[in-house]
Write a protein that binds this ligand. Structure first.
Ligand SMILES: Cc1ncc(COP(=O)(O)O)c(C=O)c1O
Length: 368
């Protein structure tokens, strides 16, 4: 499955993982960027802090305390280029190369491949309606060094990890000296009910490395995310980030610090949740009215297809027809008969293009 380009084009309807491009507060952001460019130009005398700008780390520590119930000191916060850089930094700091990692099945293909590229053996652990099946992980790979999980909203099913499973995975990690990497990419945009506190808020955050990303909440073009490291891992992360991956994009960091401290980030999140709820409901209604069976999964709808359908080829046909559904089967890495379907991102489907988008989908599906 291709994950590359085109990168600069406006997202097509149904594209996953991108924000609504028509709602981005471009004017406000450009003002904050201009201020940050001036401030940055006056600080061109030394290397910048490899952990990221102090002012942003402070803002993030306060923000996650409020929104994710994570109690941490700004020294535990490390700015990254996003989830992927955070994951590499976590694995390097843990010295995880050569070890085994639990991965969710189904799970985000990028996370799994990143683990393999970092020299880990991946061990699939099924996901059910309570999240990752910890007991099965313990049977199949009891001495894994890492578990990579999406407890807030499982990718791609949208399932929230139950309290029982949260306790179980923490117990396993403590007993086996393993680490949990919490990919919290979507919790702040949870559309149904309140988000559960982060896994990293339990047990003082020891054993859990929390990875946040601004890719979905603001834009992937920002190229910023962050890690909250357990206290015991801070010296290791500091060394790894200094030696291999210092925090990027200082100007953007400064602008982001102002965006958060001025209350704009919280307002933006509230607004995006309302926009996405409306768009998801609209798409679900319109698509069901045309006889398709879909279920809600975070910021996407899953359209299940028969196992005879090549969903990868179907998604490719979609792109040729001006829509960008993502196939479901690449999220299943270990099944010889993965479920087939299409993930339909809701962020860029609205009243003006919904008919056209569903019409194209209908034609693409009709050809199969
Ligand atoms: C499961 C999951 N984790 C994390 C991310 C964010 O990744 P990044 O911060 O590298 O853009 C995404 C984006 O689509 C995702 O789907």
């Amino acid at each position: 499955m291709r994950f590359s380009g085109p990168h600069s084009a406006k997202p097509l309807p149904f594209k996953m993982g991108v924000p609504a491009y028509d709602v981005f507060p471009a004017k406000l952001w450009s003002r904050m960027r201009s201020t940050a460019v001036r401030a940055d130009a006056l600080m061109y005398w030394n290397y910048s802090d490899p952990r990221g700008e102090q002012i942003l780390r402070e803002q993030i520590a306060s923000h996650v305390a409020l929104s994710r119930q994570i109690v941490c000191h700004p020294d535990q916060v490390f700015i990254t280029g996003g989830y992927r850089q955070g994951l590499q930094l976590a694995l390097t700091s843990l010295g995880a190369r050569g070890g085994t990692a639990w991965v969710e099945e189904p799970g985000y293909p990028v996370g799994l491949r990143a683990l393999e590229l970092a020299g880990l053996t991946v061990s699939p652990v099924p996901v059910d309606d309570e999240g990752i099946c910890v007991a099965q992980g313990i049977v199949s790979a009891p001495s894994a060094v890492v578990a990579l999980v999406t407890p807030g909203q499982q990718a791609p099913t949208g399932v929230v990890m139950s309290a029982k499973r949260r306790s179980a995975i923490l117990e396993w990690a403590i007993a086996n000296d393993a680490s949990i990497i919490e990919d919290d990419y979507l919790s702040e945009l949870k559309l149904d009910g309140r988000a559960q506190p982060a896994l990293a808020s339990m047990n003082n955050g020891e054993r859990v490395i929390y990875l946040g990303s601004f890719s979905k909440t603001i834009s992937p073009a920002l190229g910023l995310g962050f890690m909250v490291a357990p206290r015991s891992l801070v010296p290791g992360v500091l060394e790894a980030t200094t030696m291999t991956a210092p925090a990027p994009n200082r100007t953007t960091q400064l602008a982001l610090a102002e965006f958060i401290s001025g209350g704009h980030y919280l307002r933006h999140l509230r607004k995006m949740k309302a926009v996405y709820s409306e768009r998801r409901a609209l798409l679900a209604r319109e698509i069901r009215a045309r006889g398709f069976d879909v279920e809600e999964a975070g910021l996407a709808l899953i359209l299940h297809l028969s196992n005879a359908v090549d969903d990868v080829a179907l998604a490719q046909r979609g792109v040729e027809s001006g829509i960008a559904p993502f196939p479901l089967s690449p999220y299943y890495h270990f099944s010889t008969t993965p479920p087939r379907g299409l993930l339909l991102g809701v962020s860029n489907v609205h009243g003006q293009n919904v008919d056209l988008a569903i019409g194209s989908l209908d034609r693409v599906l009709g050809g199969f």
